[in-house]
Design a binder for this molecule. Sequence first.
Ligand SMILES: NC(=O)c1ccc[n+]([C@@H]2O[C@H](COP(=O)([O-])OP(=O)(O)OC[C@H]3O[C@@H](n4cnc5c(N)ncnc54)[C@H](OP(=O)(O)O)[C@@H]3O)[C@@H](O)[C@H]2O)c1
Length: 314
Amino acid sequence: MASRLIYGCMGLGGPWDAPDYGSEQVRQAEAAVEAALALGITRFDHADIYGRGKSEAVFGELLQGSPGLRDRIQLQSKVGIRLGEGGGFGHYDLSASAILDGVAGTLRRLRTDYLDLLLLHRPDPLLDPAEVGSALTRLLADGAVRAVGVSNMSAAQMGALQDHLHVPLAADQLELSLHHHGFVDSTVLVNHADGAATGFPHGTLEHCLRHGIEVQAWSPLAGGRYTGRNVAEPGPHDGAVAALVSELAAAKGTTVEAVVLGWLLRHPARIAPVIGSATPQRIAACADAEAVGGAMTREEWFALYQTARGRSIP
Ligand SMILES: NC(=O)c1ccc[n+]([C@@H]2O[C@H](COP(=O)([O-])OP(=O)(O)OC[C@H]3O[C@@H](n4cnc5c(N)ncnc54)[C@H](OP(=O)(O)O)[C@@H]3O)[C@@H](O)[C@H]2O)c1
């Protein structure tokens, strides 16, 4: 059975600022993709900007070298962020020409003639919903993309776009994890003075559930902060969360990665985590995530949430 996990390709293709990739990066990408396929993962997440185009390009090379692979997987990518001088972030651009040119570049680098899903990377404050709608409609009609969705958008922003589309938006990709738990705070603090400060647009997950929009979670492992990585800016509760994650993993006979992902997978929004490790062993360590999520008790789920939150629920 296909996994609910998605493999995030942002780490493929070598360092962001390297001008190109070489055979070593091709081998690394191949090993990561093989590890993902071995878990039953069939969906691969890209963006035109990842590695300044190298992530898609190295993946395209793998596709070319592996006949039949394209038919066994689903590819999604994102457009809408323009890089500035030197490769840093420039500005957002969801004009029709940026969307159409962005998809053309993505298809060229990935060496494919269609995307299974196109996501609009971030909300562009200057976007015109009617213009975006007609660009997406053209891509759908041409067969360049088979479905469209968004990333980092609220229910209201999705609603404004949906008014100009003849197909339902398929997905919203958001930062969701034990660390970035504002999506749960916004639920439990709905009638509370702290509710406005959660940083998560209240009602987004409910909107997705009501309209059949898949919720995808980026950085679902929180960059490894609870699973053994020394992050640059540890939070005050990281140590306690990591200890509880380890304790639960030992009790369940599984990995710490499976517990961190299982916490997301237990949520009724049917969240699809987009895992970003490029290390085959760490990808393999995610194998039990769905089983662990399915069996996670309310007590375990709330213990993880409240430890990450650093205080009890109101
Ligand atoms: N829509 C958006 O705006 C957006 C934004 C960011 C990302 N994304 C997508 O989400 C995907 C996942 O993002 P992510 O990579 O931030 O998420 P993640 O899965 O939470 O973290 C993976 C990263 O953490 C590192 N890591 C994990 N455990 C570790 C450990 N124990 N020790 C050392 N390093 C560890 C991995 O390094 P190794 O590679 O060495 O394992 C990798 O760099 C991306 O690939 C991309 O597709 C989307």
